[in-house]
Design a protein around this ligand. Sequence first.
Ligand code: BV8
Ligand code: ZN
Length: 241
Amino acid sequence: MIQKAIDILKKSRSLFVLTGAGISAESGIPTFRDADGLWKNYSATDLATPDAFRKDPALVWEWYHWRQDIIRCAQPNTAHQALVAMENRMESFLLLTQNVDNLHQRAGSRNILELHGSIFRARCLNCRATYAYGIEKMPDTVSPPTCPCGGILRPDVVWFGEMIPQDIWHAALAFCATADTVLICGTSGVVWPAAALPGYAQEHGSTIIEINLEPTPASNVVDVAIKGRAGKILPALVENL
Ligand code: BV8
Ligand code: ZN
């Protein structure tokens, strides 16, 4: 399977990559569906919603602070680095990540779109001003930080039940529609509308490669499904391009 993927990537002129929480797992970041994805007996889907924030902003901020601390101490892993090397080799490359951890950027990825926002940005509920803090400067208060206008700040991420950023979504669709190859890495493929991308890529005639530890709903539409750790498979692919 690896050799088949290498042959496909060697011929590729335009590569669209979709990543999920699994690509950061080897950096020690809990994924949403792994057993350790839970925090204080809450599940991510309980907390990553506007209702949860409305009901208890301090609790939701505490969860984000917990995640920011884990991410701040983490480093990009060999999977993130391999995608940077792949970007440097490809004529045309776009990385769409569902992750909010900024690890692709820290690894050096340049053509990247964050479909679900960033845990290191915050947005004012009142005046909608956005604050890109970066990992060092995130205010470490557990209660919601406030904006100079007096409004409280929320994490600048897309919660369940919220629209994804349409400019980013349409840019991703446009690139995916013309990419000759699509690489899906470390995503369980259950969160919409990102979960629609494998089918969309297939309709547009892309050759699709999936890397995951387990089969996913996308596995029946991909051309090559490689079972294994992204931190091992991606470097093995890029070393042979
Ligand atoms: C929207 C930011 C519509 C927050 C996140 C149909 C159509 C439209 C919407 C829906 C629909 N059906 C359901 C919905 C609602 C919902 C949804 O999809 N629900 C799911 C639970 C069924 N979708 C939405 O609400 C989206 N909004 O569509 O709006 C709309 C229309 C009109 C008006 C209003 C709204 C918004 C979804 C965005 C949610 N926000 N994150 C935050 O992070 O705090 S999603 C969040 O979950 C993460 O971003 C992450 O992307 C996602 C988890 O998925 P994965 O990344 O795949 O991670 P997961 O843990 O699941 O899996 C890890 C995988 O990695 C596993 O497969 C594992 O095997 C693998 N792995 C592990 N280790 C490794 C590995 N692979 C390789 N190597 C390893 N080492
Ligand atoms: Zn404000």
